[in-house]
Design a protein around this ligand. Structure first.
Ligand SMILES: CC(C)(COP(=O)(O)OP(=O)(O)OC[C@H]1O[C@@H](n2cnc3c(N)ncnc32)[C@H](O)[C@@H]1OP(=O)(O)O)[C@@H](O)C(=O)NCCC(=O)NCCS
Length: 380
């Protein structure tokens, strides 16, 4: 039997109880100040028991690129259960409820950064992609011939970064298509950061949080590129920036150009800060697919939280037309976690087949689910 009832923040009567749970988990126990209680594009939900809020979570509306498509993704953040109610199943109930709620609200996807992945895996989320952290000692930066001119920009110049960002996002999955507020969160949340951009129009850029320390290892907040010469040019700029540093680090997706052509002894590359995704609306995801050739395949998706997803799907395609129906004899089964991965593209369906993670004659469906690096440059 259910321990809690879930509701949107607007229906909560124990408002102070809500902010109290947040304060105890995310504000060192200090009251959450008024100005941090409002945020556009954020929806908040509460778990109540006997009229008291004992759990809360937020969802950010994040239009997200999946190749050329844009799908609405609910970015889950601020998940918290009152300390004296933890480890009693409340958080699990909240997460079991959320995917269906997001689907009903028009989302196709959801994403989050987990404190521990198995907790969210139970609710259908799964790690997608591999965020690589490159740490390059100063004397290991490659030299680049004829780099593009680097110019310095401020957060207010974010519109001139849009083309490079879009080029990066549309060849991958998982990147948030940022509003002005989204750009400001990345470029100027606590203080204004500095942007160094290559080329005009911009073909690549890095976001730098300048640090006065000498011989430190500094982290570059963001590196984005839409061309190879743009990428090479900002790497050359990092070589300049690193002159009084021990090393610089930054994140790249799994198709890392640095790993592909600049690896050297002493450079470290590690997977860090994985993101989890979950498809909340299988039908929406299937309907926009654009496979080449002709095909007709049925497969089942198993989803313990969202009954509308949990069925046999039949997809037929021919010369640019695609039809999604229910039924047929399933040739293979996907858990919702696997469906999410193959839909976004990493691990791809080919990866899962190679390792035996998916059984059956799934090869017929390969054109539907192309491999794509999954990465999200936003942290929430
Ligand atoms: C993380 C958090 C939201 C989880 O909520 P919760 O109510 O404590 O979680 P649950 O009780 O549903 O599940 C936690 C564990 O209890 C177990 N559990 C679930 N129901 C249970 C029950 N009825 N009796 C005993 N154990 C139970 C679960 O199996 C799980 O065990 P595991 O960690 O070994 O897998 C909560 O602990 C919290 O607020 N933590 C601090 C903030 C935080 O880390 N937030 C997450 C940010 S991503």
């Amino acid at each position: 039997m259910s321990i809690v009832s879930m509701k949107p923040f607007s229906e909560v009567s124990d408002v102070e109880g809500f902010w109290d749970v947040r304060a105890l988990t995310y504000n060192n126990g200090n009251p959450v100040p008024e100005e941090r209680r409002v945020s556009s594009g954020r929806h908040m939900y509460a778990a109540e028991a006997e009229g008291k809020v004992i759990g809360c979570m937020s969802v950010f509306e994040m239009p997200t690129a999946v190749g050329a498509r844009t799908l609405l993704c609910g970015g889950v953040a601020g998940v918290a259960v009152a300390p004296h109610r933890r480890r009693g199943g409340v958080g699990s109930e909240m997460l079991a409820w959320l995917p269906g709620e997001l689907r009903a609200a028009g989302y196709a996807l959801s994403s989050l950064y987990a404190f521990r992945e198995p907790f969210y895996r139970r609710a259908g989320y799964e790690v997608c992609g591999k965020r690589l952290k490159v740490t390059c000692p100063t004397d290991r930066f490659p030299r680049v011939e004829r780099p593009l001119t680097i110019h310095r920009l401020a957060p207010a110049d974010f519109p001139s970064l849009g083309q490079a960002y879009e080029g990066f996002a549309r060849t991958r999955s998982g990147m948030v298509l940022r509003s002005e507020e989204g750009w400001m969160r990345v470029l100027a949340e606590n203080r204004e950061l500095t942007v160094y951009a290559a080329g005009d129009p911009v073909e690549a850029y890095v976001v730098v949080s300048h640090n006065v320390a000498f011989w430190s290892t500094d982290h570059i907040s963001e590196i984005i590129w839409s061309t190879k010469r743009g990428y090479d040019s900002v790497i050359d700029f990092l070589r300049q920036l690193a002159i009084n540093k021990t090393a610089l680090s930054w994140f790249e997706p799994s198709d890392s150009p640095f790993y592909a052509s600049s690896m050297d002894q002493g450079i470290q590359i590690a997977v860090e800060r994985p993101i989890m995704f979950r498809v909340v609306n299988v039908q929406t995801c299937l309907e926009g697919l654009e496979p080449v050739g002709t095909g007709d395949v049925s497969f089942s998706v198993r989803d313990a939280q969202v009954p509308e997803n949990d069925r046999i799907w039949r997809v037929s395609w021919s010369e640019g037309n695609l039809e999604v129906r229910e039924g047929g004899l399933p040739e293979f089964d996907l858990t919702i976690q696997q469906f999410t991965q193959v839909f976004l593209g990493e691990p791809s369906l080919a990866d899962l087949l190679r390792n035996g993670g998916v059984d059956g004659s799934a090869a017929a469906i390969l054109p539907l689910f192309p491999a794509r690096p999954v990465i999200c440059a936003d942290f929430f």
